[in-house]
Design a protein around this ligand. Structure first.
Ligand code: ADP
Length: 317
């Protein structure tokens, strides 16, 4: 039975090196914040399970096989009639990325609280909820809340990344959904400064962490891009610098890679600061390559980089 569960949507990705109007070839992959997190945690050795739905279109087998090949338990992904979400990434101008989504009405957006198996949730160590799962439909939002309540009752830690997507809903709607969930959240993993400013009207990582801890979260990690992460726990607060690499190729999914490694570390009983350092190395190595999942580093690479980094103790708080 998995230690880390994550609830949300994974979509089929088609990537083109050119604008979609000109592109003749696309590359297929799959990604989605909730699933990317599990891929990172599983890479480090955590047992992981996905809470979602998958539609019975021609991509169903591809998705299920792909998730299982990452070591993710799919026993609680409900197989349903319907389509899976699809998005295209294309490159235009000077390496800028354009995202085009075909997601409305996707199978995961039809999730309902009746999909949840309380026994499966109760045996886990952490349940992660993505704000995108709350955004894709009212029933998915209700499912996220119901899952958090089940986890609370069973004393399973609840983790939450608001992951604001203005294309899916307004900041006011996202804030209302976040505040509905936050009283149930133990670990909050927001991003700053743009997201926390838009979502909560808070300018600094300190204010964001204090605000989220005010709802009862015992650990908050505010992801700050190339600057690293601001960590706030009962043990103290401070910046953990990013693990920087010389050539940044693609930061898509970097936050998810951090989340997965951070939760893996906590499940392994690391102190939050140590788990955050592990997350920084995972995310720092991920940004060297394209794709949210394809560019995740191997566990041995993460361990070697972390050991080398920790030797330079002057870099660490
Ligand atoms: P999100 O993807 O959730 O917005 P961030 O952009 O803050 O999250 O990225 C998460 C982590 O990935 C950062 O804390 C950092 O460790 C790493 N990272 C992101 N962007 C860069 C970058 N440009 N250079 C180096 N590391 C980065």
């Amino acid at each position: 039975m998995p230690d880390i569960l994550s609830l949300g949507e994974c979509m089929v990705e088609f990537f083109a090196e050119e604008p979609l109007a000109e592109a003749e070839q696309v590359q297929k992959a799959f990604a989605g914040d909730a699933l990317n997190l599990l891929a990172a945690a599983s890479r480090l050795g955590s047992s992981c399970g996905f809470l979602s739905r998958v539609g019975n279109d021609p991509f169903q087998k591809y998705l299920l096989n792909g998730w299982e090949n990452l070591g993710i338990d799919t026993s609680h992904v409900k197989r349903v009639e319907g389509r899976n979400g699809i998005y295209f990434i294309s490159i235009y101008g000077h390496g800028e990325r354009d995202f085009t989504y075909y997601r409305a009405g996707s199978a995961p957006s039809t999730m309902t609280p009746a999909d949840l198996d309380p026994d499966y949730i109760a045996q886990a160590r952490v349940l992660h909820i993505s704000g995108i799962a709350q955004a894709i439909s009212e029933s998915a939002r209700a499912t996220a809340l119901a899952a958090a309540r089940i986890a609370n009752e069973a004393h399973v830690c609840v983790s939450f990344d608001p992951n604001l997507r203005p294309a899916l809903w307004s900041a006011a709607e996202a804030r209302a959904a976040a505040e509905e969930l936050l009283p149930h959240v133990d670990i909050a993993l927001p991003s700053g400064p743009e997201e926390s400013e838009q979502l909560f009207g808070l300018a600094t990582a300190e204010e964001t962490a204090d605000y989220l801890r005010g709802f009862g979260a015992y650990a908050v990690a505010v992801k700050l891009g190339a600057a690293g992460v601001y960590l706030s726990t009962e043990d103290g607060t401070g910046m953990v610098p990013a693990f920087t690499v010389s050539h940044v190729v693609d930061t898509t999914g970097a936050g998810d890679a951090f989340n997965g490694a951070f939760l893996h570390g906590l499940v392994e009983n690391m102190p939050p600061l140590e788990a955050a350092r592990l997350g920084m190395v995972m995310a720092g190595l991920k940004v060297r390559g394209r794709g949210a999942i394809a560019s995740l580093p191997e566990k041995s690479e993460v361990e070697a980089a972390l050991a080398a980094w920790e030797q330079k103790s002057d870099m660490l708080p």
